[in-house]
Design a protein around this ligand. Sequence first.
Ligand SMILES: Cc1ncc(COP(=O)(O)O)c(C=O)c1O
Length: 429
Amino acid sequence: MNRSESDKLHSEALTHLVGGVNSPVRAFKSVHGNPIYFEKASGAYVTDVDGNVLVDFVQSWGPLIHGHSHPEIIDAVSEKMQNGTSFGAPHLGEIELAKKVKQRFPHMGKVRFVSSGTEAVMSAVRLARGFTGRDLLVKFEGCYHGHVDSLMVSSGSGLATFGIASSPGIPNDTVATTLISPLDDVEAVEFLFAEHGKEIAAVVIEPLPANNGLLVQRKAFLSRLKELCKSNGALLIFDEVISGFRFKDGSYGDICGVEPDMTALGKVIGGGLPVGAYGARDEIMNHLSPLGPVYQAGTLSGNPLAMAAGAKSLDLLTQEAYEYMDKLGELLEIELERVLSKHKYPMRLVRRESLFWLSPGFQKPATRADEIPSNAGHLYANLHRELLSRGYMLAPSAYEIGFISTAHDESHIRGLVHAIDESLEVLEW
Ligand SMILES: Cc1ncc(COP(=O)(O)O)c(C=O)c1O
């Protein structure tokens, strides 16, 4: 596959953009390649600047649950655009999207829209601190919540600890407000509550951790978090930026039978435009400005084009749409299992409906970040390169998940499995 135009643009971009990109994982570093420059995208396909057409299982990292350039979403945005691109003032579209979000997340009395998942989690955390009058947070190793200072923290030595910053530029004082626990470890969280229970404002977790592989948690673990929060006066924040609106039976909280105090959303609710949101019961949300003292604002928050894209995207998420994606996921699971075991390739598919992860190793899939084998990157990089040369694009990192959309069909799934089969014929491991 010729990528000379992409390579040329990348050389030029390196002079103007940091590493040639505006978000690090796009740089393809962990799969030892150069980024691909896209020209256009439609449905399940992206076309790069060299004219290569790739079947895309990244889908802009999750927002495009209906694939690229869905005609009804494009129409909805185009129509709205005739009336103005930004008002900086209230409009009907915000109410409409808020109602749709509340239907799926009934624990939300009110919703606040922002422009990214990072902003949603960051603001939810501020509100939780403002509401409880406490500073400490509990977060889990292997969960990503955007580049929020107090959540860009990884564990120090020991099981349940105060964190260490995972990026320079984050003040020690900020990091000192975050306690880190491994996932799927009730005792570690109980220990943190026993030590600091009355200082903890919130426990923040992706109920379906999907940024360090797909680390499916036990329901019992999530419900224990809820109990601990409740008995200690802390809030449970579910970060459903990836999992929100992905599942036919409701939120991931619904699926687990655990209702959080607050939920942060992003990705799918923007239909491909920049939207994040957070919500909670009125008692909590009424602490937010202009009703309450906790301040949070945004010039482009509730942008009319973004609200229209989000609303149309949610309208298109019928029960049939969810079932269709789940069926495709099931096909992927069955077919891939056959191919991986034929080649004895040390990988397994972990899947929840339309979300999937190629989990390294033969063992039971990981539920904690530290259970992921250290050769994950190596196994994945080789496969990724081979798949790309066969026209299939998965995320350029072993730890990122794949996204099935309503724009995919059986041929894309069978094609991906066939490409994996062919790739494993030529790979050594
Ligand atoms: C679970 C989760 N939370 C928060 C974020 C941050 O969202 P954004 O990239 O829109 O700022 C992400 C992004 O991937 C995410 O996966």
